[in-house]
Design a protein around this ligand. Sequence first.
Ligand code: 13P
Ligand code: SF4
Length: 316
Amino acid sequence: MTASAENYTELQEEIRDLARRKNAVILAHNYQFPEIQDVADITGDSLGLSIEASKTDAAIIVFCGVHFMAESAKLLSPQKKVLLPNLAAGCSLADSITPESLEEWKQRYPGRKVVTYINSTAAVKAVSDICCTSANAVSVVRSLGDAPVLFTPDRNLGRWTAEQLPGSDIVIYDGCCSVHDILRGANVRKTRDRYPGCVIIAHPECREDIIAIADEVCSTTAMLERVAKYPQAKTFLIATENGMLHQLKKRYPDKEFIMADGCIGCRLNCPYMKCITLEHLKRSLEEEIHEIDVDPEVAEGARRSLERMLAVPRDS
Ligand code: 13P
Ligand code: SF4
């Protein structure tokens, strides 16, 4: 059961009190429910949250996000206890590849450097050469020079990355995010026609026909910065998961943010992100559940892929 609006404050206070007593840091991805984002110590994208949490002296990290994100937090903070408030928080994109299916692709396309999007399990990262995020995919592939690449698992991010690097030799795995991939260009064009002069900001997990009409293509954290590039614009169409609107509205109260599909919370709603409630978060802190651990052998390989990525200079 979801808490009612009246007792959010009380519940949030209880959560803050628990976090203080247990020396826990609460992280919330930009796609979480607003009330979860508001009770968190840090909001942001998956990698940014894990990096920030690793810099704190907290004993416990509670990751209000999805399973692969909690794994990344554990990889970067092996000595901290990492909790995921609801184990049902998986990810359709991470589930679209396994170490076995990646092995098949590697055999089909031998000799390629495997670049794996951070939205993947630690086990898949462990059998990849290097990770990337939606913010640094182009820099990561560029850092590999002329090496042929096998890009996994997101076909939309892979295609967009290849387009930014003409002449690159990139084979793209056939995975996708069920939330972003459902959106169609025709739908966004129809919404755009209702808001003359609007700016379209899309996540690179969107399909090609949306990317083609987007003014900006970027990660969730970058979306918060890109709005400032358009001081004259009043309305922004956001082509990503609807939780993103919360931080955008908080940072730019004078702007109007509309979901690119034209309806609030209808299609662009991640069921995995949204399976965490304040009640789950409170119980997770109280009982210190559900702890996320990564097998030491897997962790070694996955950390190596993450660290290689972190050594690549950031996109300008
Ligand atoms: P970001 O890394 O851009 O926050 O995206 C995470 C995600 O799950 C996209 O669907
Ligand atoms: Fe995974 Fe897509 Fe949900 Fe992001 S929005 S967590 S990629 S299912």
